[in-house]
Write a protein that binds this ligand. Structure first.
Ligand SMILES: Cc1cc2nc3c(=O)[nH]c(=O)nc-3n(C[C@H](O)[C@H](O)[C@H](O)COP(=O)(O)OP(=O)(O)OC[C@H]3O[C@@H](n4cnc5c(N)ncnc54)[C@H](O)[C@@H]3O)c2cc1C
Length: 475
């Protein structure tokens, strides 16, 4: 294969749970599939680090699971997506066995109540290996082309239609153009954009910004799951002051918001689809432990199917040469190795996100954090490096910067505390004013926002939403 120019029917970006599930589904529809992954497919990722819990339901408990996901999400969820999750998960979990993933159903589940499955650990490996290793073998057996250690730096689009991507081979610095009839983003969340987190290095929200720059809408980017002992959280919300060592004890864990999708994983850009933690809308302001693993297989499969169907009826588009050359030039400058190295600004960005836009955010800190990110921008745009790790950090730094600006801007618009979203000055949920979804989109050089009432399609009355850290248990 000529690695400089690749042609494929379906391009999948991201080589973990959502991406590989999407690739397998697309390939089973008899189209060519190329999967590009910054880390090797099946390697370092949040899916690899999973504790192994999968939320599940049966035909009898589907309604109950739906109700609990919406309640725990603080009624901000896209309920159509939750209905799909609660229904499809019943079939999608047992199906993993077909790819050789070992699963055990937990005992003690009451009839008519949703429950969990788990995957066992494989000695000497993180727990997610027992899922990802057989999934990678399935991808290889099915003839899916895997490009490991390759970071997508930009999506390509012509006349509002996704046409592929430009990527950088992190091993040798080769610039790769991928022309695709349809593209699926499955790049995971952005918790590693914050200085303290429990996700693997590189979970920097790249897909949010790839999609945003290509014209896709992002929803509720301010909703991020943080972990902080509940006693500290209670004290912070009661006293309206962060207790001592809050910033030393907390961590970022999961991006609840993300790329806006419909129930077939379409974005608002033709030919562009998304699945997994990179998407928003399924979980609202909080989620049940185990539901993220359910989400990646349910929506991974859906994205693969929709993207394959789209590719079958689409022609390969000519690329916009100006757009392509501009991205190639941008990458050449990064590779030139003649400017500031990325380490300092990378650390500075993650520190700003953590201290000003993270757990302890206030109106004042958000404004300050936003301004500080603006102050680092010129440096970030001129970084340059000579080795794998530096190139990766430079690409990530731009995504962290833009993600931080979007989170700051959308957080300024949500003045309440709900689920895992905490605001020191606004310690209570505000159903009168904040039962809204906040959409962010690219508006020239600015970040445009829209604030719209949540479409409550099935549960039409919001209850009193929970507030807490990390993931919530079943009620
Ligand atoms: C410690 C930990 C424990 C967890 N335990 C559970 C649990 O028990 N149950 C549960 O439901 N959830 C759990 N979660 C959450 C869950 O694991 C994740 O939400 C889920 O695995 C995300 O899967 P994903 O495929 O969407 O993304 P990821 O697993 O994050 O994978 C993203 C992929 O995209 C690639 N990528 C990123 N950027 C680029 C780019 N620019 N170009 C190319 N490729 C790119 C990465 O290399 C990677 O392959 C846990 C998370 C953590 C961190």
């Amino acid at each position: 294969m000529d690695k400089k120019n690749i042609n494929t029917d379906v391009l999948v970006i991201g080589g973990a749970g959502a991406g590989m599930r999407a690739a397998i589904e697309a390939r089973s529809q008899d189209v060519n599939v190329t999967l590009v992954s910054k880390m090797p497919a099946g390697g370092s990722s949040s899916t690899l680090m999973t504790a192994g819990w999968f939320t599940c339901s049966t035909a009898q408990s589907e309604e109950e699971l739906f109700r609990q996901v919406v309640h725990i999400g603080g009624y901000l969820n896209n309920q159509e997506l939750v209905e799909v999750l609660a229904r499809d998960v019943t079939h999608r979990i047992p199906e993993l066995g077909e790819y050789g993933v070992p699963l055990s159903e937990n005992e003690g589940r009451e009839p008519h109540k949703p429950g969990h499955y788990t995957i066992p650990s494989t000695p000497g490996h993180p727990r997610g290996y027992s899922m990802l290793h057989p999934m990678r073998e399935t991808c290889e057996d099915m003839g899916i082309s895997l490009l490991d250690n390759t970071a997508v730096s930009s999506l390509l689009a012509v006349d509002g239609k996704a046409t592929g991507a430009v990527a950088l081979d992190l091993e040798n610095g080769q610039i790769i153009t991928i022309s695709a009839k349809s593209t699926i983003i499955a790049t995971g969340g952005g918790a590693d954009a914050f200085e303290r987190n429990n996700t693997p290095a590189g979970t920097t929200g790249d897909g949010f910004i790839l999609a945003f720059n290509a014209g896709a809408e992002l929803v509720d980017m301010e909703l991020i799951s943080f972990n902080l002992p509940n006693d500290l959280l209670d004290e912070m919300l009661k006293t309206k002051q962060p207790p001592d060592r809050t910033l030393e004890r907390g961590i970022a864990h999961y991006s609840l918001g993300g790329i806006k999708i419909d129930k077939d994983c379409r974005t608002n850009v033709n030919g562009l689809f998304a699945a997994g933690e990179v998407t928003g809308g399924v979980f609202g302001a909080g989620r049940i432990g185990g539901s993220a693993m359910a989400d990646i297989i349910v929506f991974g499969a859906r994205a693969g199917k929709t993207a394959a169907e789209y590719a079958k009826s689409a022609e390969t588009s000519e690329q916009d040469i100006d757009q392509l050359n501009s991205e190639r030039n941008r990458l050449q400058k990064i590779l030139a190795n003649d400017g500031e190295k990325p380490d300092d600004s990378y650390a500075e960005l993650r520190s700003v996100l953590w201290k000003y836009i993270g757990i302890t955010k206030t109106d004042e800190s958000l404004a300050k954090g936003y301004e500080m990110l603006g102050g680092i921008k010129d440096r970030v745009m001129n970084l340059s490096g000579g080795i794998h790790e530096e190139w990766q950090k430079i690409l990530e730094a731009r995504n962290i910067l833009e993600q931080g600006r979007i989170i700051a801007q959308t957080s300024m618009l949500r003045k309440e505390t709900r689920g895992n979203y905490w605001r020191i000055e606004y310690p209570e949920p505000d159903n009168d004013n904040c039962l809204v979804n906040i959409t962010a989109f690219k508006d020239g050089e600015n970040i445009g926002t829209k604030v719209e009432p949540v479409k409550m399609t099935k549960i039409t009355e919001a209850g009193n939403p929970p507030i807490g850290q990390g993931c919530f248990g079943y009620l």
